[in-house]
Design a protein around this ligand. Structure first.
Ligand SMILES: Cc1ncc(COP(=O)(O)O)c(C=O)c1O
Length: 341
């Protein structure tokens, strides 16, 4: 029997999904969504809150404020509710309706910023808004996931060692990039402890993180309109940029095999398939991809035919006669950028 007294005490760190049955490639997914916040962001949220309590930045009765595309917001909402803090989440219209409702159910206030900054997009506008809130009221505490070292440290201490323990012969690790906390924590761990492991970053087309042009994106989670300050590109071997349509197709393909994953997971899987297809020795490699989220929060978006049609045109992946989505054997228009270090 497992008995918990805090909602963040369930955080399963050793479940891997073998995707061979779905895509016919040797790829294991580390399932990071098995916790009550439903995503990998619980780790960073908890590490940041506990560190702020230890150093005195956060004291009883304080109100946390954070910019989030949704998942960190959900994680902070449940931690704040349990530990007696207020929480204001500053997000944008890409935040899933289900995430918004969840945050509100935990007692958080959700502010949706819809006007992008001219150069720094919606993320820039969200960050500016948080800054203004903190200037206006010094009782707000901004943990700032974009610069907070405890964001990447949570993955250095937990996620990466868990992968290394289960896959001692690991060749390649695929990690999605948002704030790059997960990416940097894992990259630093492997560089120090298992330097032969290649770290492949997966990002969404339209994100500026690895130098691409800013384009409209509809799926929250991965990608950024402002280059993440945590990022050290020298720790990353390759970068794969995934169009959002490929994200959709990867999610739908896995759902048809009974695995309902979120958009970040679809992007990482699609990027991993692309990378493997571009490497002739791919099938002989031991590879793991980090799956940051579950899919149920995306029922109103990625898994809703109307939403798909509205944002991506004809929903070809709903037609059962259409060949399965991302095929490792036949890459379409994803871009593989190699930035060997
Ligand atoms: C579901 C989900 N996956 C992945 C990420 C990106 O992780 P990281 O911020 O550690 O780069 C985010 C970021 O918000 C997210 O919400």
């Amino acid at each position: 029997m497992t008995v918990i007294s805090a909602p963040y005490e369930i955080n399963v760190n050793d479940v891997f999904v073998n995707l061979e049955s779905v895509f016919e490639v040797p790829l294991h997914l580390k399932y990071e969504g098995i916790n009550l916040a439903g995503s990998v962001k619980l780790k960073a949220a908890l590490e940041m809150v506990l560190a702020a309590e230890r150093d005195g930045t956060l004291s009883p009765g304080a109100t946390l404020v954070e910019s989030s595309s949704g998942n960190l917001g959900v994680a902070l909402s449940l931690i704040a509710a349990h530990r007696g803090y207020g929480f204001v989440c500053v997000t944008d219209p890409r935040c899933n309706p289900a995430s918004r409702r969840l945050m509100e159910a935990y007692g958080a206030r959700v502010l949706v910023i819809s006007r992008p900054d001219k150069e720094r997009g919606l993320l820039g506008a969200r960050i500016d808004y948080v800054r203004r809130l903190c200037d206006f009221d010094p009782d707000y505490v901004w943990l700032n996931q974009y610069v907070n070292p405890n964001n990447w440290l949570s993955h250095y201490r937990s996620t990466a060692p868990a992968v290394a323990a289960e896959f001692p012969g690991l060749d390649v690790l695929f990690v999605g990039a948002g704030t790059t906390g997960t990416l940097m924590g894992c990259a630093r761990y492997f560089r120090e402890h298992h330097p032969r492991v290649r770290i492949v970053a997966v990002d969404s087309v339209g994100s500026v993180t690895f130098g691409g042009p800013a384009l409209t994106r509809h799926i929250p989670g991965l990608g950024a309109g402002v280059r993440p300050q945590l990022l050290d590109e020298g720790l990353v071997h390759d970068v794969v940029m995934v169009p959002e349509r490929d994200t959709l197709e990867a999610c739908h393909a896995m759902a048809r095999h009974g695995f309902l994953f979120g958009g970040s997971t679809g992007t990482v899987v699609s990027g991993a398939l692309r990378w493997l297809a571009g490497h002739p020795d791919g099938s002989a490699l031991t590879t793991v991809a980090l799956a940051p989220d579950q899919g149920d929060r995306y029922l109103d978006t990625l898994y809703d035919p109307e939403w798909v049609e509205q944002h991506f045109g004809a929903p070809r992946t709903w037609d059962p006669d259409v060949t399965p989505p991302v095929s490792a054997a036949a890459p379409r228009d994803s871009q593989l950028v190699t930035s060997a270090s």
